[in-house]
Design a protein around this ligand. Structure first.
Ligand code: ZN
Length: 152
């Protein structure tokens, strides 16, 4: 059964480093993915990256509420177009938001939990979530790329 993992916050140095590529598609990866899914839903999040649960690996989970649950290992954005500004929040940055400019349409290439390659084209909110989560894998938070802070 999946376990809820602790979400670390912005002062933790692990959130500011490059995450490692995954080479072993084994049971510990599957446990990580299952735990990340449970942790994301428990926190009412739309996305979660492995570094946010203290694991410096290139793994993300996403659910924008419209396109269903998506898990990705070693995701890479291979195409971007357009630009739009919106407010973003992050489970690792409590009580703050920021205005961030993101591409409006992207293509993401990734691997599934067994190492099989697949790709997803996304636009709008889903594209924004992918860009936010993949930034986490490069040690970037929205606070590093925002053009203005939003305080509620
Ligand atoms: Zn985040």
């Amino acid at each position: 059964m999946a376990e809820i993992r602790e979400i670390i916050t912005e002062e933790d140095p692990l959130l500011h480093q490059d995450a490692a590529e995954v080479h072993r598609f084994n049971s510990s990866l599957h446990t990580l993915l299952d735990d990340m899914k449970a942790t994301m839903y428990q926190a009412n999040g739309v996305g979660l990256a492995a570094p946010q649960v203290g694991i410096s690996k290139r793994v993300i989970v996403v659910d924008d509420g419209e396109n269903g649950f998506i898990e990705m290992v070693n995701p890479v954005i291979t195409h971007r177009e357009g630009a739009a500004e919106a407010t973003e929040y992050c489970l690792s940055v409590p009580d703050r938001g920021g205005r961030v400019i993101r591409a409006t349409k992207i293509k993401v290439e990734a691997q599934d939990r067994f190492g099989n390659p697949f790709s997803v084209r996304a636009s709008g909110l889903l594209a924004r979530i992918f860009q936010h989560e993949i930034d986490h894998l490069d040690g970037k938070l929205f606070t590093d790329v925002m053009i203005a802070e939003v305080r509620d």
